[in-house]
Design a protein around this ligand. Sequence first.
Ligand code: DAH
Length: 345
Amino acid sequence: MTDQVEELQKEALAALQQADSLETLQQLRTQYLGKKGRIQGLMAQLKQLPPEEKPLFGQKVNACKQTLEDALEQRQAELQDQTLENQLKAERVDITLAGDAMRIGTRHPLMLIWKELEDLFVGMGFTEAEGPEVELDYYNFELANIPKDHPARDMQDTFYIDPNTLLRTQTTAMQMRELERAGGHIPVKVFCPGKVYRRDDDDMTHSHQFMQCEGLVVGEHITLGDLKGHMQYVADTIFGKGRRIRFRPSYFPFTEPSVEVDVSCPFCNGEGCSICKHSGWIEISGSGMVHPHVLEMNGFDPEKITGYAFGFGLERLAMLKYGINDIRSFYTNDVRFLKNFERFE
Ligand code: DAH
């Protein structure tokens, strides 16, 4: 009888060693140690044995049961370790592989020009001002010396919201707000970049929405010479050293005298090319000395206080600087266009 126990133990241990999954192990557990399993079967035979053999046989079966339980547990631990190891191997991430580059947007060309002007003006001690795009007629026109019946209103086709409210047509509206805020106190030294709107039909050079940057300096002994020096500095910074600038007489209701600022063409160095229409010059700004009436309306004494002001078109500067020929490119959000400006970041 005891041979039978040894036989079973041998067989079971061999099967356990061969079990290669936790499921098979579970089946073996049921097969040998379960309620209707083989060990239980041996125990059942105990009854039929003569009394003197019973204790020894009982001990043998119990020892066998214990051995199998221990072996099962050990094999189970081995298989669990193996499963975990396999899983780790399968899920291993090779951190030395090249990754997918994250696509990061680039700065918009208008923002590049804005930042450049910002650095330039802040470096000169100017402060930056912001204002509403939905503006009062009063700041956009009235305070800028353009009363209701003034013919200069025709220079800028306007989106009116109601008779007193409009989408600002020029950042000059901000110039007026800043002059009013100063309440006659000097110095005033601000620049105001922002969007403006006009009822234009969009084409290569016109857009119903575009950006301007206004500049304003008010104080004692401010002259047209200061304006010229400032414009020279802007031209050197934006287009590179060696640019020449020139003033052409012009007309704006809020400046007297008024001038247009030209810069020697950065493409042909003033020789004449298709971009400068063979003139050697490119217009970059409208400007002039703040009109005495504008100073007066805002509480300054024009006998003692003078100032200069100017306005840049940011699209125009960006088009010249980056060689862009269609103003609509700024607003169509074509990533192929926008990606070109990565190198200017
Ligand atoms: N506001 C003018 C325009 O939109 C540009 C301009 C001209 C601004 C002369 C100024 C200035 O500040 O002094 O055409």
